[in-house]
Design a protein around this ligand. Sequence first.
Ligand code: PMP
Length: 328
Amino acid sequence: ITYADGIGWHDAKVEPYAPISLDPAAMVLHYGQAIFEGLKAYRQADGSIASFRVTANAARMNRSAERLAMPYLPPELFVKAITELVEVDNEWVPAAGGEDSLYLRPFAFAIEPALGVRPAKEYKFLVIASPAGAYFPRGVKPVNVWLSREYVRASPGGTGAAKFAGNYAASLVAQAHAAEQGCDQVVWLDAIERKYVEEMGGMNLYFVYGSGADARLVTPELSGSLLPGITRDSLLTLAKDSGLAVEERRISTDEWREKAASGEITEVFACGTAAVITPVGSVKDKDGEFTIADGEPGPITMALRDTLTGIQRGTFADTHGWMTTLRK
Ligand code: PMP
């Protein structure tokens, strides 16, 4: 779908996957107006195809657009684009080790050819799709994470709450640094004090305090510089449904280390569309390494994972109206 000032969004079409052409002066290549979304369409037991919280993705896309001075995309158009793509692309073969879902990547970028820093007047919105592979090839195995004090992902007033391409470009060197330390993922801290936990590369974080009937969840509050994950939001609801108390607040790396050592923090997991829920097994920074309990996936992590994937696959009741049938 193409956008031009004065005309709006127009010329929607589904085309075979192929390279696209861009003017060398296309503003996205110089000034970086590029945003995206990520969601999945799941094949249901009856053969129909349904997406999870597609309107939440459409809403977040518009919040990202607003932050990047890009045009509003009516949510109906977002859903229609996805529905029409899935209509054509409904016979995917699940990736090896992956689940039976189609990963959908809606994205928008500035195509107007112009040199000069200002919002572009022309954009493209595209959706591409690919069978979802195993995000962590080792399966539901705990990941080990690196607390990044050298680099920050986002700062107050910046673009951290937007799904903005540049945020990901800025994270690459930190991810490489984490890998050099033998870690799977980076955990980002707040930009000012480098003390409070924000999120993990591509996922939000949850901490389980206590166990059994006394268990409660803590997740970093939406500081303005972390991405408001749709999985994070869904888990707030599912936790409340199951009677688990949840706190959204700041949590420092000192608290994490101390309460993991005392056994008060019993489980830590990361959540996002791609990997759903992934346990965090151990944490490392320049001062050393510590594990979360015995380093194995915990019961609350796995129960929440089962509930969420059950709703997505249609085996659990969708009591919140999160699933949208894209194709019968
Ligand atoms: N944080 C970042 C930086 C992400 O890229 C993602 C993936 N979209 C998430 C968190 C998790 O968000 P969601 O649950 O909407 O996939």
